[in-house]
Design a protein around this ligand. Structure first.
Ligand code: AVI
Length: 324
């Protein structure tokens, strides 16, 4: 036992790595084949996503940051003094920093993310930049129920912040479940501020997910690199191609990895057959209208309170409230 555990080749499985293996095998044996987009974000995947946000074709991050900078004071009016701000899937807290500058003094800022290491590091930096602010990170899966730290629970009211149009990467029923969970966690009288990408001409969307520099293609293909590394996969990267397109009927950009030939691939000791042209569906990025997100939020118990968009109407920040 001890010898095995020490072997550099045989690593003990963590809950996280067994979940990855189970999800990947289930997705590759399904018809059609699919993989959950949450697995894009390993070290390299997170770096590639940061690069995507700076691409000329990828407008969402720039639009959202601009709305936050220009409308921050107005958005801040929905968060009363002494409230606790809970950010869902905070990552680098880049957008929260803009909002925090506009907000009145808070009971606490609670960044919540699955990646504990990253939020602890960000929390240290935030404490230096916002000396009066209690920064209380929570490592948790934002789609599950989690417990807030005491100062956030005892604050008179809580506000949630869910930027980045991450809501668009959930299937609509998952987005509704997230909104219900956020309502449970934040409690009566809460406000929820959500960044959501809007429906727009297909050319703009197709360009945003098919950038000329090929960064989105690398981001998509990196999922296969990760499977090769972590699950003893044998994917040959030059036999798969990035496909992304706007599906108008379903208001979503779909990303796929298409096999360029008939082939067999091994993953975690199991064989997976591909037909030529067969794809693995790796991501949906749903685009909403103000009304469609409003209807989803209403169904989860939230009342639409305010909406801010950029001048082209590409991106929205929408606020919802819960009855007291
Ligand atoms: C993180 N998420 C909102 C991005 C999106 O636009 O759906 C992920 C992404 N996929 C390809 N490019 C960016």
């Amino acid at each position: 036992m001890v010898a095995l555990a020490r072997s550099p080749r045989i690593q003990p499985k963590t809950d996280e790595s067994s979940a990855f293996e189970a999800d990947v095998l289930a997705g590759l044996h399904a018809t059609p084949k699919r993989l959950p987009p949450k697995y894009f974000y390993d070290g390299l995947g997170s770096q590639l996503f940061e690069r995507i946000t700076e691409l000329p074709e990828y407008y969402p991050t720039r639009c959202e940051m601009r709305i936050l900078r220009e409308q921050g004071a107005d958005i801040a009016k929905l968060v009363p003094k002494g409230a606790a701000l809970v950010e869902f899937g905070s990552g680098s807290s880049k957008k929260a920093r803009i909002l925090l500058r506009a907000l009145p003094p808070l009971a606490a800022y609670v960044p919540v993310d699955i990646c504990g290491e990253m939020i602890e590091q960000e929390a240290r930096e935030l404490r230096l930049d916002f000396p009066g602010l209690k920064v209380l990170p929570v490592t948790a899966d934002i789609t599950r129920e989690f417990v807030l730290p005491q100062p956030a629970l005892t604050a008179p009211v809580r506000a949630g912040f869910f930027p980045g149009s991450t809501i668009g990467n959930f299937e609509p029923h998952e987005a509704a479940a997230f909104l219900r969970n956020a309502a449970r966690i934040l409690g009566a009288g809460a406000t929820l501020i959500v960044g959501a990408d809007l429906i727009k001409p297909a050319e703009v969307l197709n360009a945003a997910y098919n950038d000329a520099a090929g960064v989105t293609a690398r981001f998509n293909l990196n999922l296969l690199v990760r499977i090769n590394r972590e699950l003893r996969g044998t994917f040959k990267l030059d036999t798969f191609e990035h496909h992304a397109f706007y599906n108008r009927e379903r208001n979503r950009v779909e990303m796929h990895l298409a096999s360029l030939k008939r082939q067999k691939v091994k993953v975690a000791g199991e064989s997976v057959d591909f037909r030529a042209g067969e794809t693995i569906h790796t991501e949906n990025s749903y685009k909403y209208s103000v009304d469609s997100l409003g209807a989803l939020a209403r169904g989860a118990g939230w009342q639409p309170a305010a909406v801010w968009t950029d001048e082209r109407g590409y991106f929205s920040i929408q606020a919802f409230t819960l009855a007291k």
